[in-house]
Write a protein that binds this ligand. Structure first.
Ligand code: NAD
Ligand code: TYD
Length: 353
């Protein structure tokens, strides 16, 4: 049966993607949601167990680098829209394997644009390509300012350079072919199902297991943290309401120095694990800094707030507590994703420190 809309969500088995898929599947039963994911180390169908039996949900395993496969998929499924999240997303991995980032983030995005262009010929105004991007395309802040939608692109890592390139391609397909595209650039997300290579889940896992918590450099770098569910609400609003061709910044207005964030996390974990206050903080270990480490990210999300009425719903302390509770209640998930290949990644990444 043909539903009101068929949406392909790419990268739906990853951290943010799984929250987006769950939200669209449950909130919009009138849509068919196709989750297209390669299931790399970061993709995990266990993230979607609670909705996998829903009638309006379908999972298709596939690689966006494979243009012939993507063309076939679009011809068969005839989607009305794409919400594109599939990406290689970890800065440290982009430093050791940049080409993988070019392939998935740039070539993969162009393959999707081409397939959408062919599928939507003559009906561009009825179909939408939503590209989910990052604030890291804007580079690093050194003073007091914040990134706005007008900030010049200045990426520094292979990850952010590949995302910047994909953003340019998406805009080029509007300017050249008239496709309906929208882009959002979001700050650092946190919450459940976050793969423990990123700072917050890695630190939670290490504190839980009484292992050293690696803090790069002096821990002075600043990130603007947003609860993943608030990002999902922004994606929903933008997908349904943004004018074609628009870009929105999404951010938590919630800047934390890494070391302060880790200290707060240690305090929360001491309480949750009934440890003597100060125990977990002893695990903090300053390690070699990341190459080209961006000093500060901060998002000005005024445009999204004023035009679409979005604002973050959770205070950081509350969100971090909920996140810790989720990881402590989901040991099986954590143990599964940190077994096997994760162990090799971890020792390669942190052995020189
Ligand atoms: P993630 O690494 O957790 O998930 C990425 C997903 O993409 C995985 O399920 C993986 O299997 C899939 N994937 C990777 N390569 C693929 C390929 N070639 N073909 C098909 N699927 C493939 O990433 P995330 O943190 O959920 O980020 C999702 C998107 O949001 C990315 O585009 C990222 O740039 C962007 N973003 C992330 C953050 C953040 O804080 N995590 C912030 C802003 C923007
Ligand atoms: P990360 O979660 O990798 O996100 P991003 O680099 O995309 O912002 O890192 C967040 C911050 O934490 C960043 O300044 C790097 C730092 N960091 C550490 O200090 N130690 C770690 O082990 C990791 C993974 C990150």
């Amino acid at each position: 049966m043909r539903t009101e809309k068929t949406i392909i969500i790419t990268g739906g088995a990853g951290f943010i993607g799984s929250h987006v898929v769950r939200h669209f599947v449950t909130r919009y039963p009138q849509y068919t949601i196709i989750n297209l994911d390669k299931l790399t180390y970061a993709g995990n169908l266990a993230n979607l167990r609670d909705i996998e039996e829903k009638e309006n949900y379908k999972f298709i395993k596939g690689d966006i680098i494979d243009a012939a496969f993507i063309d076939r998929l679009f011809a068969e499924q005839k989607p009305d829209a794409v919400i594109h999240l599939a990406a290689e997303s970890h800065v440290d991995r982009s430093i050791s394997s940049p080409v993988e980032f070019v392939m998935t983030n740039v070539v993969g995005t162009v393959n999707l644009l081409n397939a959408a262009k062919a599928c939507w010929k003559g009906v561009y105004d009825k179909c939408r390509f939503y590209h989910v991007s990052t604030d890291e395309v804007y580079g690093a802040l050194t003073g007091d300012g914040m990134f706005t939608e007008e900030t010049r692109y200045d990426p520094h890592s292979p990850y952010s350079a590949s995302k910047a390139s994909s953003d340019h391609f998406v805009r080029a397909y509007r300017d050249t072919f008239g496709m309906d595209i929208v882009i959002s650039n979001c700050s650092n997300n946190y919450g459940s199902f976050h793969f423990p290579e990123k700072l917050i889940p890695l630190a939670i896992n290490n504190i839980k297991n009484s292992k050293p918590v690696p803090v790069y450099g002096k821990g002075e770098n600043i990130r603007d943290w947003l609860w993943v569910e608030d990002h999902v609400k922004a994606i929903d609003l933008i997908f349904h309401n943004a004018k074609a061709g628009t870009t929105y910044n999404v951010g938590g207005h919630n800047e934390w120095k890494n070391i302060d964030l880790i200290r707060l996390l240690c305090n929360i974990m001491d309480r949750k694990l009934s440890r003597v206050p100060g125990t977990s903080a002893q695990l903090i270990t300053f390690v070699k800094d990341r190459a080209g480490h961006d000093l500060r990210y901060a998002i000005n999300a005024t445009k999204l707030q004023q035009e679409l009425g979005w604002k973050p719903s959770l205070q950081f302390e509350e969100g971090l507590e909920k996140t810790v509770d989720w990881y402590l209640a989901n040991e099986e998930w954590l143990d599964q994703v940190t077994s096997g290949a994760y162990q090799k990644y971890y020792s390669d990444q942190y052995s020189e420190s």
